[in-house]
Design a protein around this ligand. Structure first.
Ligand code: CP
Length: 313
């Protein structure tokens, strides 16, 4: 299919065909990453500004590396040292970056909808690198890519997302993407963090951990999002761990081929024990590796790249 979107803002609005196009394109770019020469000229002459107004390790570094591998010029915007601190609006900041010939703006922001605002006011391509508790589409795509690599297909696959669903942008992107591709999604955690309203998105919702993990092919663990929570969502981290933390004993209750995922950063000893996070069923670092290929694919497609990518065949 031809890619016609200017921006990547969410997975809610993408079709299954568009999602599969990104995954197929990323597979080609993953192969490029295994070559001796890992660079392709696809974005030569283009400028990408990484506008991160919230902290990030994985997403920011992998976007920067993806831009370099595609031969783009990339600029990392430092919010604390910018005129945002003097009261300049986000839209004005982005318009000024565009006036400096930015072709792409990759934005992470604490406000849900910030990338959508920029998508409306800019001619430049806008990529959502996480907006508040709304969506994190490239994380969703790299999760889908990793699941497809490990499990082959999505139809009928059972995926459990465990933890702080209410405040998780990763959960929302995963839910949209997984369901569009035919997977069945179960959400589990304290009822305050997994309200029954999520059944309206087509998910099974349960506060019972054993029920949620027993038949899962994939278990995706989420961090407690302290920075976005109001106080009092559950009594304490100790209680959360005793009810929902994944340790070796609980891993034995799962299917023997169930994989453990986590978008990072991990709170070791809270949502997952180190033995499980670093164990043979964990694909957590493979998710990070796959994120590079996904971000290369997204930038390539938004730039009008051919499918399959001519430059990487
Ligand atoms: N998964 C993820 O978004 O991690 P970072 O916050 O480090 O980018």
């Amino acid at each position: 299919m031809d890619w016609t979107r200017k921006d990547l803002l969410d997975l809610q609005s993408l079709s299954a065909e568009e999602i599969l196009t990104v995954l197929d394109t990323a597979r080609q770019f993953k192969a490029v990453g295994e070559r001796k020469i890992k660079k392709v000229p696809a974005l030569r002459g283009k400028t990408v500004v990484n506008l991160f107004v919230e902290p990030s390790t994985r997403t920011r570094i992998s976007f920067e590396l993806a831009e370099q591998r595609l031969s783009a010029d990339c600029i990392n915007f430092t919010a604390e040292a910018s005129s945002l601190r003097k009261g300049e609006t986000l839209a004005d900041t982005a318009r000024n970056l565009e006036a400096l010939n930015a072709d792409f703006i990759v934005i992470r922001h604490k406000a849900a909808g910030a990338p959508h605002l920029l998508g409306r006011v800019l001619n430049a391509h806008v990529v959502n690198a996480g907006d508040g508790a709304h969506e994190h589409p490239t994380q969703g795509l790299l999760d889908l890519f990793t699941i497809r690599e490990k499990k082959g297909s999505f139809e009928g696959l059972r995926v459990t997302i465990l933890g702080d669903i209410l405040y998780s942008r990763v959960a929302r992107s995963d839910i949209w993407g997984l369901q569009k591709l035919g997977a069945r999604v179960t959400l589990c955690g304290p009822p305050t963090l997994v309200p029954p309203v999520f059944t309206e998105l087509g998910c099974r919702v349960t506060p019972r951990l054993e029920e949620a993990i027993a038949d899962a092919d994939v278990i995706n663990l989420l961090r407690i999002q302290h920075e976005r929570q109001r106080k009092g969502m559950f009594p304490g981290l100790g209680e959360y761990t005793s009810l929902f933390g994944i340790n070796q004993e609980r891993l034995r209750m799962t299917k023997p081929d169930a994989i453990i995922m986590h978008p990072g950063p991990i709170n070791r000893g809270v949502e997952v024990d180190s033995e499980v996070a670093d164990g043979e069923r964990s694909v957590i670092l493979e998710q990070v590796t796959n994120g590079l290929a996904i971000r290369m694919a997204v930038l390539y497609l938004l730039n009008g790249g051919h499918v399959p990518p001519a430059e990487v065949n």
